[in-house]
Design a protein around this ligand. Structure first.
Ligand SMILES: C[S@@+](CC[C@H](N)C(=O)[O-])C[C@H]1O[C@@H](n2cnc3c(N)ncnc32)[C@H](O)[C@@H]1O
Length: 299
């Protein structure tokens, strides 16, 4: 079983894997990760190159810091935050610094190597804790916010529709789940054909993000949230915030909804108009979701 999870990890790097065979048997590395992303997340020498902010910035066509800024703007000092998967570069450090020492950041990742790398990056930040975990089945706890940064496009559709409700289940009333991920670029986006090629070649689960709203992946639980979405870089990326509706009871005994979704009506710093689009609650049953083979995906 150890071999299953570590076949690409040389003997000298075994110290990175703080796992017993029993732990691995209880929570194996998913097939999609081993089959598609071994090079990116399970290969130590390559992670030494990839785990740099400048690389993340390049992969996201210069938009990484802007997208991280959107996440930081949606959390505040003292918040309790859950991050379901590791992110290369400085994302987690910036998040931990934003919530400060009074806050708490719980990071999980299914890949032992990523847990080890993230722990290294977060040393000296006692508000952050990193452990192994599966976003499909997180430990139950209540958070002010969940930050799901570019995870959905890397998992198959049947896992997407498990992760989104699992993340929604972790926030308190008034709490937010912040999803940042790929999105269908605008019609004439010059990088659209290239991105389609990259996805076809390297990221087979990503094209589905072009045809599915994240809200659609939430199932019936979506109705308990207020949804807001903005796109960045001419539609290439999306920032979706689902805020659990909290109901305040007034002195007169009447119930009113509280809402604090950010105001995204202002202009994007690079010229793209900001979009604030609260979506209607989605009532699509999960089995009507389009799949990556759906004809709607063709560009
Ligand atoms: C957040 S995603 C993509 C991040 C982005 N490419 C970056 O690093 O900038 C990558 C991480 O998700 C992790 N992952 C994939 N499936 C997971 C799951 N079901 N639960 C937790 N982590 C998962 C992978 O091990 C990997 O470390």
């Amino acid at each position: 079983m150890i071999g299953l999870a570590t076949y690409s990890i040389p003997q000298g790097d075994m110290h990175l894997l703080d796992l017993t065979a029993m732990e691995l048997a209880a929570r194996p590395i998913p097939d999609y990760l081993r089959n598609v992303y071994t090079w990116a997340y399970l290969t130590p020498w390559l992670t030494g190159i990839l785990d740099r902010q400048i690389v993340v910035q390049a992969i996201l066509w210069g938009n990484a810091q802007r997208l991280i800024g959107d996440v930081l703007a949606a959390v505040k000092p003292g918040d309790r935050i859950f991050q379901p998967a590791a992110v290369y570069g400085s994302f987690s450090r910036q998040l931990a610094n934003q919530i400060g020492r009074r806050g708490h950041l719980e990071v999980r990742d299914i890949a032992p190597l990523q847990v080890a790398l993230t722990r290294q990056k977060l040393t000296n930040l006692p508000q952050a804790h990193v452990a192994r975990g599966d976003a499909v089945d997180p430990d139950q706890s209540e958070y002010d916010a969940v930050t799901c940064f570019f995870l959905l496009h890397e998992v198959p559709d049947d896992i997407k529709i498990q992760i989104v409700p699992a993340m929604l289940g972790l926030v308190r009333p008034g709490g937010r789940v912040i999803f940042v991920d790929y999105h269908r670029p605008n019609r004439w986006h010059p990088l659209k054909p290239l991105m389609k090629l990259v996805f076809t070649w390297l990221e087979p689960f990503a094209l589905a993000m072009w045809s599915q709203e994240i809200e659609q992946l939430a199932g019936p639980g979506a109705a308990a949230f207020r949804w807001s979405k903005r796109t960045r870089f001419n539609g290439m990326y999306q920032v979706v915030i689902a805020e659990r509706v909290s109901v305040a009871v007034s002195d007169a005994g009447t119930e009113t909804e509280r809402q604090s979704i950010p105001n995204w009506a202002g202009p994007d710093p690079i010229g793209e108009p900001g979009i604030k689009r609260p979506l209607e609650p989605c009532r699509l049953p999960a089995d009507t979701l389009p799949t990556s083979h759906d004809p709607a995906l063709s560009v």
